[in-house]
Write a protein that binds this ligand. Sequence first.
Ligand SMILES: [Zn+2]
Length: 313
Amino acid sequence: MRVLLLLAISYLYVLANAHIFVYHRFGDDKHASTNTTLQELEKEFQYFNDNGYKVVKIEEMIKKLNQKEKIPDNWVALTIDDSYKSFYTNGLPIFKKYNFPFTLAVYVKATEKNYNDFMNWDEIKESAKYGTIALHSYGHAHLTHLSPEAIYKDTQIAFDKYEKELGYKPTIYVYPYGEYDEKVFNEIKKFNFDAILNQNSGSVNELSNVLDINRIALVGNVNIKQKLKYTTLEATWMEPKEYPKDNILKRVVAKVDPSIKSIKLYVTGDVWRDIKVKNGIIDEIVNIELKKERVRVILSTDYYHLTSQIIIK
Ligand SMILES: [Zn+2]
């Protein structure tokens, strides 16, 4: 019995898992909620170096995913959203010092209109010598609120301006605010990006969908060792697919590995609940009143092995 149990448990963890992290601002204490101090950044980078992690270009992970190959556990990719000036002035020198590649997701309108606090095209071109430049939309809108036509148009404008300035087409798209649903995905997909990145905590392994890649946010002082423990729980989500019109999340339905007998459910604003799983099926009436406009629904076996859905009002 014990052997069977061990076999069942080890099956869940047999996939190798790499991690992708998201940063925003660097050494900019005016915006604490999106900032990473330079001391913290060096601490995290030193941790990667001291513990055998390898910071790779995101393209290397994408290639492994496309070839359905195992991704080494010690691989890490670093991404930076929004192309804030503080990346260029404060962050980039440290990435260069450690020789760590990165993916910088450009908020095109902010650069084009010279918004205060954002990098200009020359700075983005200079950054491109050391990393990959991804597309982070034109207007940085909450895309789930837009019509399909408006989502397509925003992406088209961003795509064309990127190509005109950098001389090549963008290959990676990063959702603004990490917000998306089926409608948003269907429009972005039309541009044939090599990869689309979300902001759902989890890991990347050979079962990951290259058009829905998990990234873990790093802000302020973090326990990087703990963040590296996150692994993706393979699941098929049936419900919820979208934000309920009456703000009540009635039911959660998903399919997971049949060896899982119980699971924890977390919904933003609520508490962790224990839920029974029958033959790999989660089907629970929860009736949770949603108070936030942006809600994450998380299923996890142990807080670290998890899958999540984002639903937006
Ligand atoms: Zn952003």
